[in-house]
Design a protein around this ligand. Structure first.
Ligand SMILES: NC(=O)c1ccc[n+]([C@@H]2O[C@H](COP(=O)([O-])OP(=O)(O)OC[C@H]3O[C@@H](n4cnc5c(N)ncnc54)[C@H](OP(=O)(O)O)[C@@H]3O)[C@@H](O)[C@H]2O)c1
Length: 255
């Protein structure tokens, strides 16, 4: 059964259908970076999974999963940090049949492109991420990446070199845009989000606030070597049971 999602704000609307959720998710023309995270009320970005490993999956409910899929549906590319790919055991990126049909009707590729950010290239080239990919994934790395590791992905992935020593997320995004991948959905994790905040690259944040208190030492949704405060403006509040599905844009500064 589809998880019911109501809108609380800006105006109340009951039981939104996929089309109503999507209509409001259409990004403006041109490059756009949307970030999607789930957090507990006390700020944890992970919870212990079945295996005891800290992952985000246990925080998200059926409504979060519904929105997660719809966000992918409207994106050209899904960008994820290698830490998240390793921790969450990502496989090939495929949207649902409904999403694929929706995309094809609009002249889009059936599936968005999967882009993985990794400096070390400590990625398994035999993973289904590559072998089952409906479209070749993109690997975003630096000029310091080992040639031997890079060679493992020959013919499996398109490589963007974004920076010499350190990875420059602005160059990474520019590389995606050059490939016609303008609407970028970032699904984390916290290190990559921290770099995107520091580069002032984030246009929109979708944040699911799970009605849980985790305590412990779980990471927050963003961290990084520099503090890079950014003011946000709330643009939408959705609700499913006790879960809030929040959306923020950039705060408009006076002047
Ligand atoms: N709550 C949520 O919604 C949510 C979402 C996503 C992830 N998570 C959780 O977050 C945890 C993973 O955290 P994380 O911080 O390790 O995730 P991450 O940001 O996905 O991964 C960090 C890794 O990605 C690469 N990377 C990211 N930004 C980079 C940059 N600016 N320059 C160079 N390389 C960069 C590096 O890979 P290499 O090591 O290969 O160089 C780095 O070690 C997992 O437990 C996951 O479950 C939670």
């Amino acid at each position: 059964m589809t998880a019911r999602i109501d809108q609380l704000w800006p105006e109340p609307m009951d039981d939104l259908g996929d089309d109503e959720l999507i209509a409001d998710l259409a990004a403006p023309p041109g490059p756009w970076l949307r970030v999607n995270f789930v957090s507990s009320v006390d700020g944890a970005a992970t919870t212990a999974g079945v295996s005891g490993e800290a992952v985000s999956g246990g925080l998200g409910d059926a409504a979060d999963k519904r929105l997660f899929e719809l966000l992918r549906r409207v994106s050209d590319v899904v960008m994820v940090g290698a830490g998240t790919v390793r921790a969450e055991g990502y496989g090939a990126l495929r949207v649902s049949d409904d999403s694929a049909r929706w995309r094809q009707k609009r002249g889009l590729a059936a599936h968005p492109v999967f882009a993985i950010v990794s400096g070390s290239l400590d990625l398994d080239a035999s993973s289904t991420i590559f072998s089952d990919a409906p479209v070749p994934p993109v690997i975003i790395t630096t000029a310091r990446a080992s040639a031997e590791r890079l060679a493992r992905f020959d013919g499996l992935a398109d490589v963007i070199v974004a920076g010499t020593d350190a990875l420059d997320v602005r160059l990474a995004l520019a590389g995606l845009h050059e490939r016609g991948l303008l609407h970028v959905l970032n699904e984390g994790g916290p290190s990559l989000f921290g770099s995107l905040i520091a580069a002032d690259a984030v246009d929109e944040l979708c944040l699911t606030l799970a009605a849980r208190l985790e305590a412990g030492d779980a990471p927050r949704i963003a961290h990084g070597p520099v503090e890079a405060p950014a003011n946000l403006a709330l643009t939408r509040v959705l609700k499913h049971e006790s879960t809030l599905l929040l959306r923020y844009g950039r705060a408009v500064t006076a002047g």
